[in-house]
Design a protein around this ligand. Structure first.
Ligand code: DGP
Length: 113
């Protein structure tokens, strides 16, 4: 846990969130500013700053994020959905604890703005 990290605080329950999934090393919770009818985030409980800081030791954990995100998407009625990682402020990252956005429930355009 990194003490000044918002998502670390959510991971340990210090800050409340609407949780959709939790196990020993992972959490999925609804995004506070949803951009689609279904919009939630999947995070590892371990603090990793961003995709660029993933190491070979994290590969299983990061792969699990995709499996858990897809499972929770299906549980929330989605068959079509988008998985997004933002890396760095210019790419739209505002919380520097790695997270995967899962968005669905409406038609999504491509490319993103
Ligand atoms: P990004 O911009 O990719 O770093 O996404 C961060 C997301 O986190 C953004 O969509 C809003 C969401 N978010 C920020 N603060 C909170 C919070 O306190 N609770 C929840 N549930 N989501 C948050």
């Amino acid at each position: 846990m990194t003490t000044d990290c918002l998502f670390c605080k959510i991971a340990v329950g210090e800050i409340p969130a609407e949780k959709l999934y939790e196990d020993g090393d992972m959490l999925a919770f609804r995004d506070v500013a949803p951009q689609a009818p279904v919009h939630f985030l999947v995070i590892p409980k371990k603090h990793i700053q961003d995709p660029a800081n993933v190491t070979t030791d994290d590969e299983t954990l990061i792969g699990k994020m995709m499996r858990v995100g897809s499972q929770v998407a299906k549980e929330n009625g989605l068959t079509d959905f988008r998985l997004v990682y933002n890396n760095g402020a210019e790419a739209g990252q505002s919380v520097f604890h790695i997270h995967m956005h899962v968005l669905g429930g409406r038609s999504l355009s491509w490319p993103p703005g």
